[in-house]
Design a protein around this ligand. Structure first.
Ligand SMILES: Cc1cc2nc3c(=O)[nH]c(=O)nc-3n(C[C@H](O)[C@H](O)[C@H](O)COP(=O)(O)OP(=O)(O)OC[C@H]3O[C@@H](n4cnc5c(N)ncnc54)[C@H](O)[C@@H]3O)c2cc1C
Length: 470
């Protein structure tokens, strides 16, 4: 057992001191910990990248970082990989690449653990979330009486759908199995567009694309991405990677942080986005790179906080125009909302809460849109048999964060009322259990599966009890 110490998440919006912190080295040790604390409260911690209070506990915290193995297995023509829960995505991608393989989906960074990423439905663009692809989950949990600990393999039915994205509520994930696909290459090109309609047209030939609404110029910037023929790196890919790291990951973020945190100048933020940022992007550079390099960036270099709202495709155009109007209103006292936004606000009875954000916050980061295909899970943000989803992200580098929290709460509530938006479980999470109950049709099934593997609610904390009505 480690000395109990203060645990803080990546965003530093969450800190707490558990009574016990354990880092088991094998399954026997893990089972002993569960036995010893079966009348207590247990949560699991991974890379601590979540902004919601998922990892918080006053009692027992388990860190699975010793479970970081990668075992590739071949069954007939299918190749899959068994990954230890605490293995970072980065290590998994490296090991697979040595064999010419990769996983079907990755997020924007590779520093999360595989169990942490899948427990909250972590996603990239143009594919399902990582959770969707999980073939089986090995779980340390309790039996139906709640008296005995057990290790079970879950590989079908509603139990698997629940275990694919479980917010840590079923038990401790020991390892999980994912399908492998052959390593592939991505062609990428950056394009500026005036309207979201133009960006969505690009998606037809670039299905893996992600795009950004640029604050203050209010133009769209698309990273058109498609799978390229397997002919190796092209278009000076290594120079492109160095450029991207120095100019975007480091340079743009450093300047933006200086404007927001040191100079605290809302005017300079607007000038920066209108005049400087567009010149940082080379529009005609077509580059081809390996998927595990092309799809990730070093977004974890500077501490920030994020809200991410998922809307279905049929709402995305309206949602983008609503978001633009609200961010302009939050920035500028004199901004006149469009008739359509005014009508929506009235319909959602949000006039009063809207006035409280007027002119208080200048948004200072590109608003990222990523398409996520519907997931076969019970409660991931893209769960359910529906249209594609678009995840729309709002990031702040400003501290203190009160003004952002006010704006983000307004966006979350209004986008729930107007577009039935779901908020990412691993990001800042202002939604209420009432909203969650309306948004997730299979939430009851999820609750039943939780009770099956954890009848006494040992693996719950205040956050999941409150948000999931557990
Ligand atoms: C810089 C940055 C970039 C990000 N980019 C993306 C992105 O591109 N796409 C996206 O969707 N999200 C993104 N996120 C959010 C992030 O992927 C999720 O918050 C993810 O859950 C974090 O994984 P983690 O390993 O840090 O887990 P933690 O935050 O430590 O834990 C997350 C959840 O997983 C549970 N958990 C972890 N391990 C286990 C286990 N072994 N058994 C049971 N439960 C477990 C925890 O209890 C908790 O409920 C980003 C976050 C940051 C900070």
């Amino acid at each position: 057992m480690d000395q109990a110490k203060i645990v803080q998440n990546f965003g530093r919006n969450l800190s707490f001191k558990p009574l016990h912190i354990y880092s088991p080295i094998n399954k026997d040790e893990l089972i002993d910990i569960l036995e010893e604390h079966k009348s207590g409260k247990i949560r699991v911690v991974a890379s601590k990248h979540s902004w919601s209070a998922l990892i918080e506990t006053k009692d027992v915290l388990i860190d699975m970082s010793h479970f970081d193995y990668v075992k590739i297995q071949k069954n007939n023509l299918q190749t899959s990989v068994i990954v230890g829960a605490g293995c970072k995505v980065e290590r998994l991608l490296k090991e697979l690449n040595r064999k010419g393989l990769t996983i079907p989906s990755v997020g924007l960074i590779d520093q999360q653990t595989i169990a942490g990423a899948t427990s909250t439905g972590t996603h990239g663009s143009g594919k399902h979330s990582l959770s969707h692809y999980i073939e089986s989950v090995q779980l340390a949990c309790f039996d139906e009486s709640g008296d005995s600990t057990q290790i079970v393999n879950i590989s079908e039915g509603e139990d698997l759908q629940a275990a694919r994205c479980s917010l840590g509520c079923l038990g401790v994930v020991v390892e999980l199995t994912l399908p492998c696909i052959p390593q592939y290459f991505i062609q990428e090109k950056s394009t500026f567009c005036e309207t979201i309609e133009q960006v969505l047209v690009l998606e037809k030939k670039a299905p893996l694309q992600q795009f950004f609404l640029m604050p203050h110029s209010w133009k769209f910037f698309a990273q058109e991405r498609l799978v390229a023929p397997n002919l190796g790196r092209r278009g000076f890919a290594s120079i492109y990677r160095i450029y991207w790291f120095l100019v975007i990951d480091l340079g743009m973020h450093l300047v933006m942080k200086a404007l927001v945190s040191i100079l605290k100048s809302r005017r300079l933020v607007r000038i920066f986005f209108r005049s400087i940022v567009p010149s940082l992007v080379f529009s005609n550079w077509v580059v081809i790179d390996r998927s595990d390099r092309a799809l990730v960036m070093k977004h974890e270099l500077f501490r920030h906080l994020e809200l991410e709202a998922f809307v279905v495709r049929s709402h995305v155009i309206e949602a983008a125009s609503f978001v633009k109007d609200i961010l302009q209103y939050a920035d500028d006292d004199n901004h006149q909302l469009s008739d359509s936004t005014n009508e929506k606000i009235k319909k959602a009875q949000l006039t009063e809460s809207l006035s409280s954000i007027k002119g208080r916050f200048t948004h200072h980061y590109p608003i990222c849109f990523r398409r996520v295909l519907a997931d076969d899970t019970l409660i991931s943000m893209a769960s359910g048999e529906s249209e594609d989803w678009y995840a729309i992200s709002f990031i702040t580098y400003l501290e203190p964060r009160d003004e952002f929290f006010a704006l983000a709460t307004f966006l979350s509530n209004s986008m729930f009322e107007l577009f039935e938006a779901r908020i990412h479980w691993g990001k800042w999470f202002p939604q209420t259990s009432k909203q969650v109950n309306k948004l997730y049709p299979k939430i009851d099934t999820f609750r039943n599966v939780c009770s099956k593997y954890d009848p006494n609610g040992v693996f719950r904390n205040n956050f999941v009890e409150d948000k999931l009505d557990l």
